[in-house]
Design a protein around this ligand. Structure first.
Ligand SMILES: Nc1ncnc2c1ncn2[C@@H]1O[C@H](COP(=O)(O)OP(=O)(O)O)[C@@H](O)[C@H]1O
Ligand SMILES: [Mg+2]
Length: 117
């Protein structure tokens, strides 16, 4: 897998989770990792402000932000990188309750024998 790009994905999603929950008393961000068939699944859940259903699709648009100093680029980049990896993003969110972002990352093919020398 493309480590640096995936790190960018995790960082962007984590940052949103932390920002969404920062005013929640008992703010909590939970990361769960598991395997589904051959894919790696990473779920990042927060108990923050949540996303209104009508904004669910817009969050992937470049420059869409609901934050005073947001760039609106984080999730656009996440979407782009996940698409490039054949990955999937699912979002479950309840306004006022929290959000769960699920990243399904397919295992990349094992490279054939590497020639040395
Ligand atoms: N975990 C989350 N909880 C609530 N809203 C979120 C979450 N993640 C993303 N969003 C919404 O999606 C918008 C776009 O996110 P992003 O592309 O990372 O840009 P930015 O964080 O700069 O606003 C955010 O402004 C916010 O409205
Ligand atoms: Mg962001």
């Amino acid at each position: 897998m493309d480590g640096p790009r995936l790190r960018q994905v995790f960082a962007n999603v984590m940052k949103n989770a932390v920002e969404a929950a920062e005013r929640t008393p008992g703010a909590r961000v939970t990361v769960s990792l598991y395997r589904r068939h051959t894919a790696a699944v990473v779920e990042i859940a927060d108990n923050g402000v949540g996303i209104e259903p009508e904004h669910r699709e817009k969050i992937f648009l470049p420059f869409y932000t609901t934050k005073p100093t947001g760039t609106g680029l984080g999730m656009a980049i996440v979407k782009k990188i996940m698409d490039l990896h054949g990955g999937e993003i699912d979002i479950d969110s309840v306004p006022g309750r929290g959000t769960m972002v699920r990243l399904v990352i397919p295992r990349s093919p094992v490279p054939a024998a590497v020639e040395v020398g």
